[in-house]
Design a protein around this ligand. Structure first.
Ligand SMILES: Cc1ncc(COP(=O)(O)O)c(C=O)c1O
Length: 457
Protein backbone atom coordinates (compact mmCIF):
# COMPACT_ATOMS: atom_id res chain seq x y z
CA UNK A 1 0.00 0.00 0.00
CA UNK A 2 1.31 3.44 -0.90
CA UNK A 3 1.55 5.62 2.19
CA UNK A 4 3.80 8.33 0.77
CA UNK A 5 2.61 11.84 1.49
CA UNK A 6 -0.27 10.89 3.78
CA UNK A 7 -0.67 11.45 7.50
CA UNK A 8 -0.52 8.54 9.91
CA UNK A 9 -3.80 8.18 11.75
CA UNK A 10 -3.35 8.28 15.53
CA UNK A 11 -5.38 5.27 16.67
CA UNK A 12 -5.42 6.41 20.29
CA UNK A 13 -7.10 9.62 19.17
CA UNK A 14 -9.52 7.54 17.05
CA UNK A 15 -10.41 5.48 20.13
CA UNK A 16 -10.92 8.58 22.25
CA UNK A 17 -13.16 10.17 19.61
CA UNK A 18 -15.05 6.89 19.24
CA UNK A 19 -15.79 6.82 22.98
CA UNK A 20 -17.10 10.39 22.75
CA UNK A 21 -19.21 9.68 19.66
CA UNK A 22 -20.61 6.45 21.13
CA UNK A 23 -21.68 8.27 24.30
CA UNK A 24 -23.35 10.96 22.17
CA UNK A 25 -25.13 8.30 20.12
CA UNK A 26 -26.37 6.48 23.22
CA UNK A 27 -27.71 9.75 24.55
CA UNK A 28 -29.70 10.33 21.35
CA UNK A 29 -31.06 6.78 21.34
CA UNK A 30 -32.51 6.24 24.77
CA UNK A 31 -35.76 4.97 23.30
CA UNK A 32 -33.99 2.62 20.83
CA UNK A 33 -31.86 1.26 23.69
CA UNK A 34 -34.89 0.64 25.91
CA UNK A 35 -36.87 -0.85 23.05
CA UNK A 36 -34.09 -3.30 22.26
CA UNK A 37 -34.40 -4.72 25.80
CA UNK A 38 -38.13 -5.23 25.24
CA UNK A 39 -37.61 -6.72 21.77
CA UNK A 40 -34.96 -9.16 23.01
CA UNK A 41 -37.65 -11.04 24.96
CA UNK A 42 -39.08 -12.37 21.69
CA UNK A 43 -36.63 -11.50 18.89
CA UNK A 44 -33.11 -12.96 19.25
CA UNK A 45 -30.82 -9.97 19.79
CA UNK A 46 -33.89 -7.73 19.51
CA UNK A 47 -33.74 -7.78 15.70
CA UNK A 48 -35.07 -9.71 12.70
CA UNK A 49 -31.76 -10.28 10.89
CA UNK A 50 -28.43 -10.73 12.69
CA UNK A 51 -26.81 -7.95 10.65
CA UNK A 52 -29.39 -5.43 11.88
CA UNK A 53 -27.55 -5.47 15.17
CA UNK A 54 -24.33 -3.51 14.84
CA UNK A 55 -22.39 -2.05 17.76
CA UNK A 56 -22.98 0.07 19.74
CA UNK A 57 -26.69 -0.79 19.31
CA UNK A 58 -29.37 -1.30 16.66
CA UNK A 59 -31.24 1.85 15.67
CA UNK A 60 -34.99 1.33 15.38
CA UNK A 61 -36.44 3.31 12.48
CA UNK A 62 -39.97 4.69 12.52
CA UNK A 63 -40.48 6.06 9.01
CA UNK A 64 -38.97 7.50 5.86
CA UNK A 65 -39.97 10.12 3.32
CA UNK A 66 -37.98 11.00 0.23
CA UNK A 67 -34.28 11.06 1.06
CA UNK A 68 -34.77 11.19 4.84
CA UNK A 69 -35.51 8.67 7.60
CA UNK A 70 -36.47 9.12 11.24
CA UNK A 71 -35.67 6.81 14.15
CA UNK A 72 -38.02 6.04 17.02
CA UNK A 73 -36.25 8.66 19.15
CA UNK A 74 -37.27 11.28 16.59
CA UNK A 75 -33.79 11.86 15.12
CA UNK A 76 -33.81 12.73 11.43
CA UNK A 77 -31.15 11.59 8.96
CA UNK A 78 -30.28 11.86 5.28
CA UNK A 79 -30.43 8.24 4.19
CA UNK A 80 -27.28 6.84 2.56
CA UNK A 81 -28.03 3.37 3.93
CA UNK A 82 -31.24 3.17 1.92
CA UNK A 83 -32.05 -0.27 3.29
CA UNK A 84 -28.78 -1.86 2.09
CA UNK A 85 -29.04 -0.13 -1.25
CA UNK A 86 -32.72 -0.75 -2.00
CA UNK A 87 -34.34 2.68 -1.85
CA UNK A 88 -32.67 4.48 -4.78
CA UNK A 89 -36.12 5.82 -5.66
CA UNK A 90 -36.48 7.40 -2.18
CA UNK A 91 -38.90 6.48 0.60
CA UNK A 92 -42.66 6.48 0.05
CA UNK A 93 -42.34 7.70 -3.53
CA UNK A 94 -45.84 8.92 -4.54
CA UNK A 95 -45.92 6.73 -7.69
CA UNK A 96 -45.05 3.60 -5.70
CA UNK A 97 -47.51 4.43 -2.93
CA UNK A 98 -50.27 4.93 -5.48
CA UNK A 99 -49.48 1.69 -7.36
CA UNK A 100 -49.43 -0.35 -4.15
CA UNK A 101 -52.63 1.22 -2.83
CA UNK A 102 -54.41 0.51 -6.09
CA UNK A 103 -53.34 -3.14 -6.10
CA UNK A 104 -54.08 -3.74 -2.39
CA UNK A 105 -57.75 -3.06 -3.06
CA UNK A 106 -57.82 -5.82 -5.66
CA UNK A 107 -56.37 -8.61 -3.53
CA UNK A 108 -52.70 -9.22 -2.92
CA UNK A 109 -52.00 -12.89 -3.39
CA UNK A 110 -53.33 -15.77 -5.47
CA UNK A 111 -50.26 -17.90 -6.29
CA UNK A 112 -51.59 -17.75 -9.84
CA UNK A 113 -50.08 -15.66 -12.61
CA UNK A 114 -51.52 -12.14 -12.91
CA UNK A 115 -51.07 -9.49 -15.58
CA UNK A 116 -48.51 -7.45 -13.62
CA UNK A 117 -45.44 -9.66 -14.20
CA UNK A 118 -45.11 -9.39 -17.99
CA UNK A 119 -44.48 -5.63 -18.23
CA UNK A 120 -41.82 -5.99 -15.53
CA UNK A 121 -40.14 -8.82 -17.45
CA UNK A 122 -40.33 -6.80 -20.69
CA UNK A 123 -38.58 -3.88 -19.00
CA UNK A 124 -35.89 -6.11 -17.48
CA UNK A 125 -35.27 -7.74 -20.87
CA UNK A 126 -34.53 -4.31 -22.30
CA UNK A 127 -32.33 -3.17 -19.43
CA UNK A 128 -30.23 -6.33 -19.10
CA UNK A 129 -30.37 -7.57 -22.70
CA UNK A 130 -31.58 -11.03 -21.63
CA UNK A 131 -34.84 -12.44 -23.00
CA UNK A 132 -36.29 -14.57 -20.16
CA UNK A 133 -37.15 -13.69 -16.56
CA UNK A 134 -38.57 -15.39 -13.49
CA UNK A 135 -39.34 -13.78 -10.13
CA UNK A 136 -38.66 -14.61 -6.49
CA UNK A 137 -38.59 -12.69 -3.23
CA UNK A 138 -34.98 -11.89 -2.39
CA UNK A 139 -31.41 -11.77 -3.61
CA UNK A 140 -30.75 -15.06 -1.87
CA UNK A 141 -33.40 -16.76 -3.99
CA UNK A 142 -32.03 -15.18 -7.17
CA UNK A 143 -28.48 -16.43 -6.62
CA UNK A 144 -29.79 -19.82 -5.44
CA UNK A 145 -31.70 -20.09 -8.72
CA UNK A 146 -28.58 -19.06 -10.66
CA UNK A 147 -26.49 -21.81 -9.06
CA UNK A 148 -29.23 -24.36 -9.61
CA UNK A 149 -29.60 -23.40 -13.27
CA UNK A 150 -25.82 -23.53 -13.83
CA UNK A 151 -25.70 -27.03 -12.30
CA UNK A 152 -28.77 -28.30 -14.13
CA UNK A 153 -27.73 -27.00 -17.54
CA UNK A 154 -24.17 -28.35 -17.34
CA UNK A 155 -24.75 -31.46 -15.22
CA UNK A 156 -21.74 -30.36 -13.12
CA UNK A 157 -21.48 -29.67 -9.39
CA UNK A 158 -18.66 -27.18 -8.72
CA UNK A 159 -19.22 -23.43 -8.75
CA UNK A 160 -16.69 -20.60 -8.65
CA UNK A 161 -17.20 -17.46 -6.58
CA UNK A 162 -15.06 -14.49 -5.65
CA UNK A 163 -13.47 -14.39 -2.22
CA UNK A 164 -15.05 -11.70 -0.04
CA UNK A 165 -18.34 -11.44 -1.92
CA UNK A 166 -21.73 -11.97 -0.28
CA UNK A 167 -24.38 -13.55 -2.49
CA UNK A 168 -27.05 -14.28 0.11
CA UNK A 169 -27.47 -16.85 2.86
CA UNK A 170 -27.99 -20.18 1.08
CA UNK A 171 -25.59 -23.08 1.52
CA UNK A 172 -23.82 -22.98 -1.86
CA UNK A 173 -22.63 -19.41 -1.64
CA UNK A 174 -22.31 -18.40 2.03
CA UNK A 175 -18.68 -19.36 1.62
CA UNK A 176 -15.57 -17.19 2.21
CA UNK A 177 -17.56 -13.99 2.65
CA UNK A 178 -15.34 -12.29 5.26
CA UNK A 179 -12.41 -14.70 5.75
CA UNK A 180 -9.66 -13.62 8.13
CA UNK A 181 -5.96 -13.61 7.12
CA UNK A 182 -5.36 -16.51 9.52
CA UNK A 183 -7.90 -18.76 7.77
CA UNK A 184 -7.95 -17.61 4.18
CA UNK A 185 -5.01 -19.56 2.72
CA UNK A 186 -2.81 -18.39 -0.16
CA UNK A 187 -4.12 -15.58 -2.40
CA UNK A 188 -3.84 -17.65 -5.58
CA UNK A 189 -5.80 -20.55 -4.03
CA UNK A 190 -8.07 -19.09 -1.38
CA UNK A 191 -9.53 -21.63 1.05
CA UNK A 192 -13.29 -22.26 0.86
CA UNK A 193 -14.58 -21.40 4.33
CA UNK A 194 -18.08 -21.54 5.81
CA UNK A 195 -19.30 -18.05 6.73
CA UNK A 196 -21.72 -19.42 9.32
CA UNK A 197 -22.25 -22.40 11.56
CA UNK A 198 -24.60 -24.99 10.12
CA UNK A 199 -23.05 -25.14 6.64
CA UNK A 200 -22.25 -28.75 5.71
CA UNK A 201 -18.67 -29.08 4.47
CA UNK A 202 -19.94 -30.97 1.41
CA UNK A 203 -21.51 -27.72 0.20
CA UNK A 204 -18.51 -25.62 1.15
CA UNK A 205 -16.20 -27.91 -0.80
CA UNK A 206 -18.30 -27.60 -3.94
CA UNK A 207 -17.61 -23.85 -3.98
CA UNK A 208 -14.19 -22.75 -5.24
CA UNK A 209 -12.92 -19.24 -4.50
CA UNK A 210 -10.82 -16.85 -6.57
CA UNK A 211 -9.61 -13.28 -5.99
CA UNK A 212 -11.57 -10.47 -7.70
CA UNK A 213 -10.05 -8.75 -10.73
CA UNK A 214 -7.78 -11.70 -11.54
CA UNK A 215 -8.91 -13.56 -14.66
CA UNK A 216 -5.73 -15.67 -14.57
CA UNK A 217 -6.85 -17.21 -11.26
CA UNK A 218 -10.19 -18.13 -12.87
CA UNK A 219 -8.42 -19.71 -15.81
CA UNK A 220 -6.28 -21.76 -13.41
CA UNK A 221 -9.21 -23.04 -11.39
CA UNK A 222 -10.98 -24.17 -14.57
CA UNK A 223 -7.83 -25.94 -15.76
CA UNK A 224 -7.46 -27.72 -12.43
CA UNK A 225 -11.05 -29.04 -12.58
CA UNK A 226 -11.66 -29.90 -16.24
CA UNK A 227 -15.30 -30.61 -17.03
CA UNK A 228 -16.37 -30.24 -13.38
CA UNK A 229 -17.29 -26.56 -13.00
CA UNK A 230 -20.90 -25.58 -13.69
CA UNK A 231 -20.23 -21.87 -13.73
CA UNK A 232 -19.01 -18.75 -12.03
CA UNK A 233 -21.05 -16.19 -10.14
CA UNK A 234 -19.58 -12.73 -9.70
CA UNK A 235 -20.68 -9.29 -8.57
CA UNK A 236 -19.54 -7.31 -11.64
CA UNK A 237 -18.48 -4.50 -9.29
CA UNK A 238 -17.92 -5.65 -5.71
CA UNK A 239 -20.08 -3.65 -3.37
CA UNK A 240 -19.14 -5.01 0.03
CA UNK A 241 -15.46 -4.02 0.09
CA UNK A 242 -16.49 -0.47 -0.41
CA UNK A 243 -17.08 -0.18 -4.15
CA UNK A 244 -14.56 -2.14 -6.24
CA UNK A 245 -14.76 -1.60 -9.97
CA UNK A 246 -13.70 -4.30 -12.43
CA UNK A 247 -10.43 -3.77 -14.31
CA UNK A 248 -10.80 -3.12 -18.03
CA UNK A 249 -11.41 -6.39 -19.80
CA UNK A 250 -11.92 -8.48 -16.63
CA UNK A 251 -15.61 -9.23 -17.18
CA UNK A 252 -15.07 -9.97 -20.89
CA UNK A 253 -12.39 -12.47 -19.94
CA UNK A 254 -14.70 -14.18 -17.46
CA UNK A 255 -17.24 -14.60 -20.23
CA UNK A 256 -14.65 -15.98 -22.59
CA UNK A 257 -13.16 -18.41 -20.03
CA UNK A 258 -16.51 -19.77 -18.82
CA UNK A 259 -17.72 -20.20 -22.40
CA UNK A 260 -14.52 -21.98 -23.49
CA UNK A 261 -14.90 -24.42 -20.58
CA UNK A 262 -18.57 -25.14 -21.29
CA UNK A 263 -19.68 -23.36 -18.13
CA UNK A 264 -22.07 -20.45 -17.43
CA UNK A 265 -21.42 -16.95 -16.15
CA UNK A 266 -23.86 -15.33 -13.72
CA UNK A 267 -23.73 -11.68 -12.68
CA UNK A 268 -25.03 -11.05 -9.20
CA UNK A 269 -26.57 -7.63 -9.80
CA UNK A 270 -28.58 -7.67 -6.58
CA UNK A 271 -26.79 -4.48 -5.52
CA UNK A 272 -25.43 -3.15 -8.81
CA UNK A 273 -28.69 -3.59 -10.75
CA UNK A 274 -30.69 -0.33 -10.93
CA UNK A 275 -27.91 1.55 -9.10
CA UNK A 276 -24.80 1.72 -11.31
CA UNK A 277 -26.81 2.61 -14.40
CA UNK A 278 -30.30 2.13 -15.90
CA UNK A 279 -29.20 -1.30 -17.13
CA UNK A 280 -26.97 -2.04 -14.12
CA UNK A 281 -23.47 -3.38 -14.65
CA UNK A 282 -24.50 -4.92 -17.98
CA UNK A 283 -24.94 -1.40 -19.32
CA UNK A 284 -22.11 0.18 -17.30
CA UNK A 285 -19.48 -2.33 -18.45
CA UNK A 286 -21.03 -3.61 -21.68
CA UNK A 287 -20.83 -7.35 -20.93
CA UNK A 288 -23.91 -9.59 -21.09
CA UNK A 289 -23.54 -12.80 -19.05
CA UNK A 290 -25.67 -15.98 -19.30
CA UNK A 291 -27.62 -15.12 -16.14
CA UNK A 292 -28.39 -11.96 -14.17
CA UNK A 293 -29.60 -12.03 -10.54
CA UNK A 294 -31.64 -9.06 -9.31
CA UNK A 295 -33.41 -8.04 -6.10
CA UNK A 296 -33.11 -5.01 -3.75
CA UNK A 297 -34.24 -1.91 -5.72
CA UNK A 298 -36.42 -3.95 -8.08
CA UNK A 299 -39.39 -4.06 -5.69
CA UNK A 300 -39.02 -0.42 -4.54
CA UNK A 301 -39.03 -1.59 -0.91
CA UNK A 302 -41.23 -4.66 -1.31
CA UNK A 303 -39.45 -8.03 -1.21
CA UNK A 304 -38.72 -9.02 -4.77
CA UNK A 305 -36.04 -10.92 -6.66
CA UNK A 306 -35.56 -11.95 -10.28
CA UNK A 307 -33.40 -14.23 -12.35
CA UNK A 308 -32.92 -13.49 -16.03
CA UNK A 309 -31.14 -15.55 -18.64
CA UNK A 310 -30.36 -16.30 -22.25
CA UNK A 311 -32.63 -18.69 -24.09
CA UNK A 312 -30.02 -21.48 -23.65
CA UNK A 313 -29.69 -20.87 -19.90
CA UNK A 314 -33.45 -20.73 -19.32
CA UNK A 315 -34.32 -23.53 -21.72
CA UNK A 316 -34.76 -26.22 -19.06
CA UNK A 317 -37.18 -23.98 -17.18
CA UNK A 318 -39.01 -23.11 -20.41
CA UNK A 319 -39.40 -26.81 -21.20
CA UNK A 320 -40.49 -27.64 -17.65
CA UNK A 321 -37.50 -29.86 -16.89
CA UNK A 322 -36.12 -27.61 -14.17
CA UNK A 323 -38.47 -26.28 -11.53
CA UNK A 324 -38.02 -22.67 -10.48
CA UNK A 325 -40.74 -22.22 -7.89
CA UNK A 326 -42.09 -20.22 -4.94
CA UNK A 327 -45.49 -19.42 -3.42
CA UNK A 328 -44.92 -15.68 -3.61
CA UNK A 329 -43.10 -15.58 -6.97
CA UNK A 330 -44.56 -12.84 -9.16
CA UNK A 331 -46.80 -11.72 -6.28
CA UNK A 332 -49.18 -9.07 -7.70
CA UNK A 333 -48.50 -6.48 -5.00
CA UNK A 334 -44.73 -6.76 -5.48
CA UNK A 335 -45.10 -6.73 -9.24
CA UNK A 336 -47.32 -3.64 -9.12
CA UNK A 337 -44.63 -1.83 -7.12
CA UNK A 338 -41.88 -3.08 -9.47
CA UNK A 339 -43.83 -2.04 -12.55
CA UNK A 340 -44.37 1.53 -11.32
CA UNK A 341 -40.77 1.64 -10.15
CA UNK A 342 -39.24 0.53 -13.45
CA UNK A 343 -41.62 2.22 -15.89
CA UNK A 344 -42.41 5.47 -14.09
CA UNK A 345 -39.69 6.20 -11.51
CA UNK A 346 -36.30 4.68 -12.37
CA UNK A 347 -36.47 5.84 -15.98
CA UNK A 348 -33.31 6.58 -18.00
CA UNK A 349 -33.70 10.30 -17.17
CA UNK A 350 -33.72 9.62 -13.44
CA UNK A 351 -30.12 8.40 -13.62
CA UNK A 352 -28.89 11.96 -14.32
CA UNK A 353 -29.70 12.73 -10.66
CA UNK A 354 -26.81 10.55 -9.51
CA UNK A 355 -24.39 12.64 -11.57
CA UNK A 356 -25.67 15.79 -9.84
CA UNK A 357 -25.22 14.22 -6.38
CA UNK A 358 -21.81 12.74 -7.23
CA UNK A 359 -20.68 16.16 -8.42
CA UNK A 360 -21.10 17.38 -4.83
CA UNK A 361 -19.91 14.22 -3.05
CA UNK A 362 -16.78 14.39 -5.20
CA UNK A 363 -15.68 17.28 -2.94
CA UNK A 364 -14.64 14.57 -0.46
CA UNK A 365 -11.69 13.86 -2.76
CA UNK A 366 -10.45 17.38 -2.14
CA UNK A 367 -10.86 16.82 1.61
CA UNK A 368 -8.76 13.66 1.33
CA UNK A 369 -6.05 15.64 -0.47
CA UNK A 370 -6.23 18.71 1.77
CA UNK A 371 -5.88 16.70 4.99
CA UNK A 372 -3.56 14.13 3.37
CA UNK A 373 -5.78 11.30 4.58
CA UNK A 374 -4.79 7.69 3.91
CA UNK A 375 -8.02 7.23 1.99
CA UNK A 376 -9.40 6.89 -1.52
CA UNK A 377 -12.83 7.34 -3.04
CA UNK A 378 -14.91 5.68 -5.75
CA UNK A 379 -18.36 6.45 -7.13
CA UNK A 380 -20.52 5.07 -9.91
CA UNK A 381 -24.21 5.87 -10.25
CA UNK A 382 -25.86 5.60 -6.84
CA UNK A 383 -22.96 3.71 -5.30
CA UNK A 384 -19.78 4.94 -3.73
CA UNK A 385 -17.38 4.58 -0.86
CA UNK A 386 -14.48 6.24 0.88
CA UNK A 387 -11.99 3.55 1.80
CA UNK A 388 -9.36 4.15 4.45
CA UNK A 389 -6.53 3.06 2.19
CA UNK A 390 -4.52 5.35 -0.09
CA UNK A 391 -4.39 2.87 -2.94
CA UNK A 392 -7.92 1.97 -4.04
CA UNK A 393 -9.23 -1.43 -2.98
CA UNK A 394 -8.76 -3.84 -5.89
CA UNK A 395 -9.74 -7.13 -4.27
CA UNK A 396 -11.03 -8.38 -0.91
CA UNK A 397 -7.63 -8.93 0.76
CA UNK A 398 -6.77 -5.22 0.40
CA UNK A 399 -9.35 -4.58 3.13
CA UNK A 400 -7.12 -6.32 5.64
CA UNK A 401 -4.87 -3.23 5.58
CA UNK A 402 -7.63 -1.09 7.06
CA UNK A 403 -7.92 -0.87 10.83
CA UNK A 404 -11.62 -1.42 11.68
CA UNK A 405 -11.57 1.38 14.23
CA UNK A 406 -11.22 4.15 11.63
CA UNK A 407 -14.28 3.32 9.45
CA UNK A 408 -16.29 2.64 12.63
CA UNK A 409 -15.53 6.17 13.84
CA UNK A 410 -16.32 7.60 10.39
CA UNK A 411 -19.72 5.85 10.49
CA UNK A 412 -20.53 7.07 14.02
CA UNK A 413 -19.43 10.56 13.09
CA UNK A 414 -21.86 10.77 10.18
CA UNK A 415 -24.65 9.18 12.23
CA UNK A 416 -24.32 11.76 15.00
CA UNK A 417 -24.48 14.51 12.40
CA UNK A 418 -27.59 13.44 10.56
CA UNK A 419 -26.27 11.01 7.93
CA UNK A 420 -27.45 7.41 8.12
CA UNK A 421 -25.10 4.90 6.49
CA UNK A 422 -25.12 1.13 6.50
CA UNK A 423 -23.37 -0.24 9.55
CA UNK A 424 -20.06 -1.90 8.81
CA UNK A 425 -18.97 0.97 6.62
CA UNK A 426 -15.55 -0.63 6.04
CA UNK A 427 -17.40 -3.14 3.91
CA UNK A 428 -20.56 -1.43 2.75
CA UNK A 429 -20.78 1.00 -0.12
CA UNK A 430 -23.23 3.91 0.27
CA UNK A 431 -26.35 4.31 -1.83
CA UNK A 432 -27.74 7.68 -2.83
CA UNK A 433 -31.26 8.25 -4.14
CA UNK A 434 -32.72 10.16 -7.07
CA UNK A 435 -34.62 12.41 -4.64
CA UNK A 436 -31.59 13.58 -2.65
CA UNK A 437 -31.14 17.34 -2.58
CA UNK A 438 -27.86 19.17 -3.07
CA UNK A 439 -28.09 20.03 0.62
CA UNK A 440 -28.30 16.31 1.50
CA UNK A 441 -25.09 15.69 -0.43
CA UNK A 442 -23.36 18.71 1.11
CA UNK A 443 -24.14 17.48 4.60
CA UNK A 444 -22.07 14.37 3.90
CA UNK A 445 -19.11 16.41 2.65
CA UNK A 446 -19.22 18.83 5.58
CA UNK A 447 -19.32 16.00 8.11
CA UNK A 448 -16.44 14.30 6.36
CA UNK A 449 -14.35 17.45 6.44
CA UNK A 450 -15.09 17.92 10.14
CA UNK A 451 -13.98 14.33 10.79
CA UNK A 452 -10.83 14.85 8.71
CA UNK A 453 -9.94 17.88 10.84
CA UNK A 454 -10.64 16.01 14.10
CA UNK A 455 -8.54 12.93 13.33
CA UNK A 456 -5.60 14.91 12.00
CA UNK A 457 -5.62 17.52 14.82
C1 LIG B 1 -24.53 -8.86 -3.88
C2 LIG B 1 -25.63 -9.48 -3.07
N1 LIG B 1 -26.22 -10.61 -3.50
C3 LIG B 1 -27.21 -11.19 -2.81
C4 LIG B 1 -27.65 -10.67 -1.62
C5 LIG B 1 -28.75 -11.34 -0.87
O1 LIG B 1 -29.92 -10.59 -0.97
P1 LIG B 1 -31.09 -10.77 0.10
O2 LIG B 1 -30.60 -10.18 1.38
O3 LIG B 1 -32.24 -10.02 -0.52
O4 LIG B 1 -31.35 -12.21 0.23
C6 LIG B 1 -27.08 -9.49 -1.14
C7 LIG B 1 -27.54 -8.90 0.12
O5 LIG B 1 -27.04 -7.94 0.64
C8 LIG B 1 -26.02 -8.89 -1.87
O6 LIG B 1 -25.42 -7.78 -1.44
Amino acid sequence: MSTAGVVEIDLELVEELTRRETAALDEKHRRSLAYREQAKRRLPGGVSSSWQSWPPHPIYVSHGKGSHVWDIDGNEYVDYHNGYGVMVMGHAHPRIVEAVQRRVELGTHFAQPTEEALPVAENLAERYRLPYWRFGNSGTESTLDAVRIMRAVTGRKLVVKVEGTYHGHHDSLMVSVFPTPEQAGPRERPASLPQTLGLPEEFVNLTLCVPFNDAGAVERVFEEHPGEIAGMIVEPAMSNCGLVLPDDGYLERLKEITRRHGALLAFDEVKTGFTLAWGGAVEAFGVVPDLVCLAKSLGAGLPCGAIGGTEEAMDMIIRGELEQVGTFNGNPLTMAAAKANLLEVLTPDAYAEFERINGILGECRRVIERYRLPASMKMLGAKGSIDWRSTPIHEYRDLWDIDDRVPQLAWLWQLNRGVFKSPGSKWESWTTSIVMSDEDARRYVENFEELAAAITA
